[in-house]
Ligand binder design. Structure first.
Ligand SMILES: C[S@@+](CC[C@H](N)C(=O)[O-])C[C@H]1O[C@@H](n2cnc3c(N)ncnc32)[C@H](O)[C@@H]1O
Length: 309
C-alpha cells in the first residue's frame, strides 16, 4: 500500500497545491494583478470580498500552472483570451430554475397575485420585474413562468417586462438564447417542462412566448445606471461576494428602484444591512422576502397585503 504510486502522486499534488496557496497568500503581486484586471476588464476587484476574490483568482493561477501572480500577469499579456476564463472564474455563475423552490412558491401564491391585483386596478397595467445578477437567465425565466401560470390568457392584457441583468456578457448570451441542459431544470415539475420548453436533443429551449417578456442586458450593479419603477426585484447570491459597505449601498439603491409596495428578494444566506434593514418591512423572513413600506392612508394596501398570506 505504502508503495502505491497513484496515492504517492496525489499526496504530493496536494502538498504542492498547499504550498502554492501559501506562497500566493504572501505574494506581493496580488495588488498589481487586481489593478490590471480592473483596468482591462471593467470588473472592479476592490468591491469584492478579498478572500473570495483571491480564491477565485487562484483557481486560474493554478489552472494555468503559473508559479505566482507575476507569471499569471505575463500570461494575461501574452494571451488576452485568458481574461475570458478569468472572468468566468470570478463571476461564479451557478444557478438553476426555481432555485430554493419554497421562495418561488411564495412568489407564485402570494406576491405575484398581489402585484397583479394592484396593477389590474391601475391606469397602466404594467408589471416590471428585475432579476439582478441573473447569470444565464434561469431565475428571470422562472419568474416569467410563474407570471404566465398566474395570469394565464390574461397575460396579454398587461405590459410585462422582466429585466435580467448581469456583469458577465457570456452568461447573458446564453440567457438570450434560452437553451438549457437538463441539470438546471431539476427543480421543474414535468408539466412545466413540457409547457414552457421545447426539447432539442439533450437540451431544453424556452418557448418564444416567454422570451418575448424578457430583456437581458449587461449591467454592473456597482457602477451601472439606476433602473427604476419595479414591482419586484430579486437579487440573490450576488451581494454576498461584495464588501459590506457595497452591499449596504446596493440594498439602498434597490429600495429606491422599487415602486411603493414593491417586493425585494435576497439570497437565503444574505441579510439586510444598514439603511435597508429599517426601510424594508419583512414579508417572509425565512425566505428573505421584503416589501417597500407604503403609505397606508393613501393606498390602504398594507391591509390588503394580509389577504394574500
Ligand atoms: C451565483 S450567480 C447568482 C445567480 C442567481 N441570482 C441565483 O441566485 O441563482 C451570481 C451572478 O452575479 C453576477 N455578478 C457578479 N458581480 C456583479 C456585478 N457587479 N454586477 C452585476 N452582476 C454581477 C455574476 O456574473 C453571476 O452571474
Amino acid at each position: 500500500m505504502g508503495n502505491d504510486p497513484v496515492k504517492k502522486a496525489s499526496a504530493s499534488d496536494v502538498n504542492k497545491e498547499m504550498k502554492i496557496a501559501r506562497d500566493l497568500d504572501k505574494d506581493p503581486g496580488f495588488e498589481l494583478l487586481k489593478r490590471v484586471i480592473t483596468r482591462n476588464t471593467g470588473f472592479n476587484c476592490e468591491h469584492y470580498k478579498e478572500a473570495h476574490f483571491r480564491r477565485r483568482i487562484n483557481v486560474r493561477v493554478r489552472a494555468t500552472n503559473s508559479e505566482n501572480y507575476e507569471a499569471y500577469l505575463k500570461l494575461l499579456k501574452r494571451d488576452p483570451q485568458e481574461y475570458e476564463s478569468l472572468i468566468e472564474a470570478l463571476t461564479v455563475n451557478v444557478s438553476e430554475f426555481f432555485r430554493n423552490p419554497e421562495t418561488f412558491s411564495i412568489i407564485e401564491k402570494e406576491i405575484i397575485p398581489y402585484i397583479v391585483k394592484y396593477r389590474s386596478e391601475s391606469l397602466i397595467r404594467s408589471i416590471r420585474i428585475w432579476s439582478a445578477g441573473c447569470a444565464a437567465g434561469e431565475e428571470a425565466y422562472s419568474l416569467a413562468i410563474l407570471l404566465h401560470r398566474v395570469l394565464k390568457t390574461d397575460i396579454n392584457n398587461y405590459r410585462i417586462r422582466i429585466i435580467g441583468t448581469d456583469i458577465d456578457t457570456q452568461c447573458l448570451e446564453k440567457a438570450k438564447k434560452g437553451i438549457y441542459h437538463e441539470n438546471s431544470l431539476k427543480n421543474l415539475d414535468p408539466n412545466i417542462k413540457e409547457r414552457y420548453f421545447l426539447k432539442q436533443g439533450d437540451s431544453y429551449q424556452i418557448i418564444d412566448k416567454l422570451k418575448s417578456l424578457m430583456q437581458f442586458k449587461r449591467h454592473d450593479l456597482i457602477s451601472g445606471s439606476r433602473n427604476s419603477h419595479f414591482d419586484l426585484i430579486i437579487c440573490r447570491n450576488v451581494m454576498i461576494y461584495f464588501k459590506k459597505e457595497i452591499q449596504e449601498q446596493l440594498q439602498f439603491n434597490f429600495y429606491q428602484s422599487l415602486e411603493k409596495g414593491g417586493f425585494f428578494v435576497i439570497g437565503k444566506s444574505e441579510t439586510l444591512l444598514g439603511a435597508a434593514s429599517s426601510l424594508f418591512r419583512p414579508y417572509n423572513t425565512r425566505e428573505r422576502l421584503y416589501v417597500k413600506e407604503i403609505s397606508r392612508d393613501i393606498y390602504g394596501r398594507d391591509r390588503e397585503l394580509q389577504e394574500f398570506k
